[in-house]
Design a protein around this ligand. Sequence first.
Ligand SMILES: Cc1cc2nc3c(=O)[nH]c(=O)nc-3n(C[C@H](O)[C@H](O)[C@H](O)COP(=O)(O)OP(=O)(O)OC[C@H]3O[C@@H](n4cnc5c(N)ncnc54)[C@H](O)[C@@H]3O)c2cc1C
Length: 397
Amino acid sequence: MASDPASQYDVIVIGAGAAGLMCALTAGYRGRRVLALDHASKPGKKILMSGGGRCNFTNLNSTADNFLSHNPPFCISALKRYTPQDFLELVDRHGIEHEEKAPGQLFCKDSAKDILNMLLTECEWAGAEVRLKTVVENISEANSGYRLRTGSGDLTCDSLVIATGGLSIPTMGATGFGYEVARQFELEILPTRAGLVPFTLQPELKEQLAPLSGVSCPVDVQCHNQHFREPMLVTHRGLSGPAMLQISSFWKPGDSLVINLLPACRIAEDLFSLRKTRPQWTIAQYLAQHLPKRFAQAFNELQGWSGPLQEYRNSDIERAANTLGQWSIKPAGTEGYRTAEVTLGGVNTRQLSSKTMAVLERPNLYFIGEVVDVTGHLGGHNFQWAWASGVAAGNDA
Ligand SMILES: Cc1cc2nc3c(=O)[nH]c(=O)nc-3n(C[C@H](O)[C@H](O)[C@H](O)COP(=O)(O)OP(=O)(O)OC[C@H]3O[C@@H](n4cnc5c(N)ncnc54)[C@H](O)[C@@H]3O)c2cc1C
């Protein structure tokens, strides 16, 4: 029994990551006695590694359209009530310098540490305690709240918030704990899979593209009627870069990707006109005008294109234009949770309140952040969901 008042809290948040810290500080400012627990030795490890160490902490253009979920309208309410501008005001209040690297995508100028330190400072100001290296062994119902058995004794709380994230990057402390708690309280878990993750290739294509490792070019990639026009990066394992990470969230095993390698060109028109004006040119020369030279050369070799354009028949040109504009490849798979930025699927939102993130049938149990079936596109949307869902629960718990 946790009869010692020192182990009794109004709110316990399990998971001191992005969503958990935001929830803890919000509830703390409401005068609630709050404890945020984490099994890791440091809080917010994913914040530190995010955005290449500079944390893409929000996206000014974030709307519900930037999220995948089996219940798309669910995220609207929380996102409207805590906006990117609200988070930006907090960042500005702490004097953190930031920059807009791509339209709407805000990054720290200096280091992701600034965001984590800001959250920890706010927790301190709000009187919310953060306790690390604490393993929760068991959760049971107690009086009108919950009792947690931990490695360092029992704790009780009126409201329990699960903010343990998804399965991506297990080496950073990710566990399936949140899903286990959800199952314990008879909530449905929608199938999970890795999102925002690089693709692996079939051995033959991997070998052909291997010399291009490190080359990046802007493409338009399509799958399941979704398309993203962003850079693609060839790696020694397969294909990555923003375009590939974005489309990976929509890709399922066995699907093909259709890649337009020259999205800014009218390829067939260009080739027909070059055949007239520069008949001695090769397709490789045309490609080199628009793509990194190494990529142009290797792609040309991959397709076996040779000889000057004047030797190409109309049908040859049309075929080449089609290949460049609709290069279809079937990835072998993805790199999986090992390198994925997010986990798709998770706690079914139909069982949660969109205003408070509380379980509808159990109003003092909350699920927030990545453990919930709401997953953002690349570009700061996932943190915006963590902040918004954290605030929604923190204002109610
Ligand atoms: C490499 C990388 C880069 C990223 N970059 C960006 C970016 O720039 N912008 C963006 O918007 N998103 C980015 N993301 C995604 C973003 O980090 C997540 O969406 C976000 O951190 C989710 O917040 P969360 O609080 O739900 O989970 P997390 O931040 O993962 O926090 C979960 C916490 O729970 C703890 N925990 C887990 N299991 C237990 C347990 N059993 N007991 C106690 N504690 C537990 C973990 O230790 C962790 O501290 C990136 C992700 C990765 C992996």
